[in-house]
Design a protein around this ligand. Sequence first.
Ligand SMILES: *Cc1c(COP(=O)(O)O)cnc(C)c1O
Length: 371
Amino acid sequence: MKKIPFLNLKPMHDSIKDQLLVEFKEVVDKNSFILGNKLKEFETAYAEFNGVKYSVGVSNGLDALFLSLKALGIGPGDEVIVPSNTYIATALAVSYTGAMPVFVEPDIHSYTLDPFKVEKAISRKTKVIIPVHLYGQACDMNIIIQIAERYSLYIVEDNAQAHGSEFCGKLTGSFGTVNGTSFYPGKNLGALGDGGAVTTNHFEIYKILKKLRNYGSGIKYYHEIIGYNMRLDELQAAFLTVKLNHLRKWIAERQSIASLYLQYLYGVGDLILPATISGATHVYHLFVIRTSYRDKLVHYLNEIGINTLIHYPIPIHLQKAYSDLGLRNGTFPISEEIAATCLSLPLWPGMQLSEVELVSSAIIDFFKKVR
Ligand SMILES: *Cc1c(COP(=O)(O)O)cnc(C)c1O
């Protein structure tokens, strides 16, 4: 039987190969690789795409979040609220600054931060809330903004999985004081290597970010603050500008594949299908289903050549890296339940209808056998 990978970047990249090679040649011919015009062009284009005044290209998504927090002056003694069911990078960015990540459970239907639980986690040390638009669905930003305003907290969005997503008509990555995103190759907007960006509407923060990513320097060899080397290189910026031009179309393709899955898998077995909250859009970075037969289903699909992934199998509070926090199994039951039952199905722009049908019918067959 035909094998189906979890993700296949080939159709996307084949369709723009000529443009990518033109960019590659231009950069090589010019021999300018760091902080040049390709980066400026991309930053302008990405800021425009994201409906913000400024975007700053950086090395990756983790660094984008870290630099966002640094630009706000977050450090030791501060607390930052992060979802308990996100990718570990969100929490690591907080830890890098010396601040403490404080985990808050998601809503069990949307898998995004539960705004009502956020309020309970706020202490006198809390400075920032990091909403993560997980799997591509925008968080309920109205309530999160209300809470942030009531307690004078900053919002830093983690937009790594949700380029182009919206809440009440406003793009994710444009709500927070400063926001981070990732261009890891598998993300909805991916480089051909590592990359990330920070977005903001504040000129002062923009200026700080430009220094922070480049050794604390605004003018070459003059270092005003302790900075980092966290730049986005010319080649990746050039590739990203090409890919950004196609992003809307690729998101639409993800959404139509998702609607096929939703149609085919409706009412099958004990499946819980992704639900989009009112006001939000979903750009389906991941199509995540849940079932109590998850591990058996993974095995079944794997045997017939269909690859799936789990996002994420171990919640952050139970990772060895965070064992110092002393958070035991049972501390965040919703995240633990999601980790035990979730499964991401194959999905990529250019995925064939026959492939979506094959995955769906394999899942339907599995549930006929398991019952
Ligand atoms: C991918 C991802 C990151 C980190 O991005 P990198 O570019 O891999 O560093 C951060 N947060 C979330 C939610 C992500 O999915």
